[in-house]
Ligand binder design. Sequence first.
Ligand code: ADP
Ligand code: MG
Length: 715
Amino acid sequence: MANGSTIPISYHSPVTLLPGVGRVRAAAYARLGITTLGDLLSHYPRAYENRGDLRLLADARPDGKSALLLTVATEPRVVRLRSHKSFLKFRAFDESASCEVVYFNQDYLKSQFPIGSTFRFYGKVERQGNRLSLASPVAEPWLPSAPPPPFAPIYPLTEGISQKQIAKDIATAMQLLAVENVDPLPAELRARRNLCTLAFAQRNIHQPTDRAALSIARRRLVFDEFFYFSLGASMAQKRDQTHGAPVCDQNDLSSFLSRLPYRLTGAQARAVEEIRADMNADIPMSRILVGDVGCGKTVGAAAAICIAVQSGRQAALMAPTEILARQHYADLAPLFASLGYACELLIGATTAAEKRRIKAALASSDPARRLPIVIGTHALLSDGVEFAAPGLVVTDEQHRFGARQRALLAEKNTHAHLLVMSATPIPRSLALVLYGELAISKIDEMPPGRQRVDTFAVDESYRARLNAFIAKQVAEGGQAYVVCPSIEEQEEPDECPLSELLEPIEYKEEKPPLKAAVTYAKELQAALPSLSVAFLHGKMKSAEKDAVMQEFSEGRIQVLVSTTVIEVGVNVPNACLMIVENAERFGLSQLHQLRGRVGRGTRKSYCILVAGSQGERSRARLDIMRTTYDGYAIAEQDLLQRGPGDFLASSPTGAVRQSGGLTFRLANTAEDTALLSDATADARALLNDDPELTRHPVLCQRVTDLFSIDAGLIS
Ligand code: ADP
Ligand code: MG
């Protein structure tokens, strides 16, 4: 390996260190989120081809690929076609039959298949009458004494990288890192929990010798994922406990509460009490306000903002979309104004002159001219936004922000109190790992008078009735949302879920045609000519989006066809019908969020899930939506079915910056619950005993590698 320098190779070393990985391939790797060798090693196969299940030609699978042991019978022959195309073909046989093997435009393979040699081929056998053929199979030389490994990894790919290259790069990275020598897990722990070595695990997750080895490897890596996450999260939380936040003790909320058009529910009042107590101290608050869609979290944020402002500090409220930021602004600015507090909106679409003015007002050293409250999007994180007297930062729909944005937010506000709101209910099994001992306020009670949103799952055959139903709801004065998957989603590869790792099967559900918002809005307008139908999607200009949203909330648009840009937070109480097209494409928690857009007013509301696909799986999923109305129960189901991706993105305060190595790639928090509790318990015990991990330097290094824990980031 050409590594002339003395820089030690570590998990942090760039992939460009690998022979043959230049700028182009590095860029391709970057698209997969891989920049370091560590990232590469934790780029696990999403599935495995079972090439160990050898079949006879006569018994080849009719519907998929088969592994076959065939002997070459004829000299490979190149057939040239016009337009520089060619194919290579030869015959091969086993004891049951013979077939023609064909490769396209790969003349150079000619010398690789001498007559009489035996290969393990892996490909799909095509049958035409009595003739069998095998097009472009994978071929591996067969030595009975040393057969090639039975499972071939299938990696998530991107353009510019092949399975072969990635497998080779991973093998090289493993050699370079010489994992044999360093296992960060204490030997005692490994023995007690019956875990294999890291070296074994890494080798066998990428290149399993057999099914049992794969399972042992996976168990160790899943344990590691939980263990490191738990260690890192606990360590980061400790650092949270430093002092230096502004004490916000002017917390009499009676005048604020008297201006609300309703009384707080018991759960809201409890949450507000908890926030009030936190902000009354000089330890920065790190509180998460969770609760089902529509439970009324916003008022908790407004109360916190009041406390900060009354105490002479500034407050920022950040939302993940412009639509939501504007809506908060429209709802809250008048409330704050009635209390005498100025509030401005800062989003990408704000004009440059306005931005300058707002920034100057935020940074003003003169308390009389200083702007106390700003509501916005991640534009609030941009350079030049400085607070003269920061007191509180609130993020709404926290899980929608990227890890980088959350880190930036924490970085910019080292001494502010932080309140995070999320409607993605965190299932209990995960809350433990994610939030540990962080403060959670849960609003577990709905405002009075809410009605259940009746939910139905239908298929295409209901289209006419569905349109009639829209017309009826609108005729009665209601409004409807129709949500379509976003157009980009069509490009998403249909990946075989990793959960099927140990049961390598090719899973493909027939993909229904997707309804794209713009086209569908036209169709629908044509079908319902007397209604006013409009569309909304993320790619529209901000001003256009606002105009449409505004018209919808004023009732001038009756049917809004949209992508999921309306998923979070949008509040138009007159809307009473939510139709989700291609509902099988959405996660359950997402469907629950969408359903939460209706049933916000006094109208009887409905959610209709239109499934294009009749698959068993999608039917079962939509059934959960029909029968379950509790966001937590739905989130648990989502976790079971889709893994923790969405939840993990919502690491609590943004204080923990996740690097590529720190996502649950293999772990399934719903199924691996025993490992989860073992790992969490072990991490806690270890930290009790050795809080800074000084006696476990290798482990400490690994945790730091995974979580870029940076003292400056967390106040
Ligand atoms: P979410 O928790 O989903 O963010 P919101 O804060 O948007 O929910 O509240 C949803 C709706 O419920 C809003 O229209 C809000 O005015 C209303 N609301 C909130 N709290 C109460 C309450 N205590 N009584 C009646 N209505 C309430
Ligand atoms: Mg909300």
